[in-house]
Write a protein that binds this ligand. Structure first.
Ligand SMILES: [Zn+2]
Length: 302
C-alpha cells in the first residue's frame, strides 16, 4: 500500500525548535519531539534514501516506497537536533546551508525573522513605510489583501511584508533591515553564531555521512534577480562550500523555492545535477530533475 503522501517523497525542514521558546511563531518551527516522531514515521513507512536516489526511484517507477529528508539554510538546529536523531535512526539526510553566515552576517530573510520575534509586524511595517518615505520611495504595504497566496503559513500582514521586501532591490532591502537590526543588536557576528552552523560544524555533518548541497550565498530570490546576479550568488554559495569541505557538490535547493528561465542553465554550468523546489507533492516519473518537489514538515501530520 502506498502511504498517503505518495510513494516517492521528500520532506524538507527549516527551523527545528520548541514553539514555546520561539518568540516569532511565523518561522513555523517544527518542534523537536514532532521532528523525532516524523523521522520514526518515515522510517516505518519508507526506505530512507538521499533525495537524488528518491528521484531515480520515481523516474524508474520503482514499487518501493522511498523517502528523503532535507534541511534548508544551515541552522544550528540541524546540528543540535536533526543530526543526533538521524544518527540514532541510522539514516542520512541532505543539508543545504547558505554561506553568508561564514562572513559573520545574517542573510536578509532570517534577519527579518529575528526582527519579527522582537517587534510586532505592524510596528515593523510602520518603520518600513517611514524608511521608504525618507528615501523618497513608494513603499506602502497593503493591509486588506494578500500580495501572494503562495505563502501558505503566514498571516496576511507578515506575508505582505516579506513579499514587499523580497521584491525590493538589495540595497534598499538590506539598508532597511540593517538599520532596524542595529537598533536592537550591537553585534551581528554574535547573533549569526547563535543561529547558523560554522564551517567546522558543517564539516562534522560530512564526517557523519550527511550529504551537503548549496542554497546560494545570501538566500536571494532568484526569480526576480538578473542572470549575472544569480550566477554570482549561486557560484559563491557553491564554491564556498566546495572549497571548505573539499568535496564536489551536485545538489541544490532554490531559496524560497523560486527560480526563473536563467537559473537552471547556471546550475548546469556549475555541475549541479539536481535541484529541489518546495511543491508540497510526491516525486513522479515525469518530474524534472531541476524541479524535484518536497513536502514541508508542516504537511506531515503524524
Ligand atoms: Zn532557504
Amino acid at each position: 500500500m502506498t502511504p498517503s503522501l505518495g510513494r516517492h517523497i521528500i520532506v524538507n525542514y527549516h527551523y527545528i525548535r520548541d514553539k514555546a521558546q520561539t518568540p516569532f511563531q511565523g518561522i513555523h518551527a517544527c518542534a523537536p519531539d514532532l521532528f523525532r516522531r516524523q523521522i520514526a514515521y518515515l522510517k516505518k513507512n519508507y526506505t530512507i534514501a538521499l533525495f537524488g536516489d528518491v528521484y531515480e526511484a520515481a523516474k524508474q517507477g520503482s514499487a518501493e516506497s522511498m523517502a528523503a529528508i532535507t534541511f534548508d539554510d544551515g541552522f544550528r538546529d540541524h546540528l543540535e537536533i536533526a543530526l543526533p536523531a538521524l544518527k540514532n535512526a541510522g539514516i542520512r539526510g541532505t543539508f543545504f546551508p547558505v554561506t553568508l553566515p561564514w562572513e559573520g552576517k545574517i542573510p536578509a530573510p532570517y534577519k527579518l525573522h529575528i526582527l519579527l520575534s522582537h517587534l510586532p509586524a505592524e510596528e515593523l511595517i510602520a518603520r518600513f513605510e517611514i524608511y521608504m518615505k525618507r528615501e523618497g520611495r513608494e513603499g506602502a504595504i497593503p493591509r486588506d489583501h494578500r500580495i501572494n497566496e503562495q505563502r501558505r503559513f503566514d498571516d496576511a500582514l507578515t506575508s505582505n511584508l516579506k513579499e514587499t521586501l523580497m521584491r525590493l532591490d538589495d540595497e534598499t532591502k538590506t539598508g532597511f533591515l540593517n538599520e532596524v537590526f542595529r537598533s536592537l543588536f550591537a553585534d551581528e557576528a554574535a547573533e549569526t553564531r547563535k543561529l547558523f552552523m560554522t564551517t567546522e560544524e558543517i564539516k562534522l555533518l560530512v564526517r557523519e555521512g550527511m550529504e551537503i548541497g548549496s542554497h546560494t550565498h545570501t538566500h536571494i530570490s532568484l526569480e526576480s534577480a538578473p542572470a549575472d546576479a544569480q550566477t554570482d550568488e549561486i557560484t559563491k554559495g557553491h564554491r564556498f562550500l566546495e572549497d571548505a569541505l573539499r568535496i564536489r557538490l551536485t545538489s541544490f535547493s532554490y531559496p524560497h523555492g523560486r527560480w526563473n528561465d536563467a537559473t537552471q542553465h547556471i546550475l548546469q554550468a556549475l555541475g549541479i545535477k539536481r535541484a529541489a523546489i518546495l511543491g508540497a507533492c510526491a516525486v513522479e516519473a515525469s518530474t524534472s530533475i531541476y524541479e524535484i518537489p518536497r513536502y514541508d514538515a508542516n504537511d506531515l501530520l503524524v
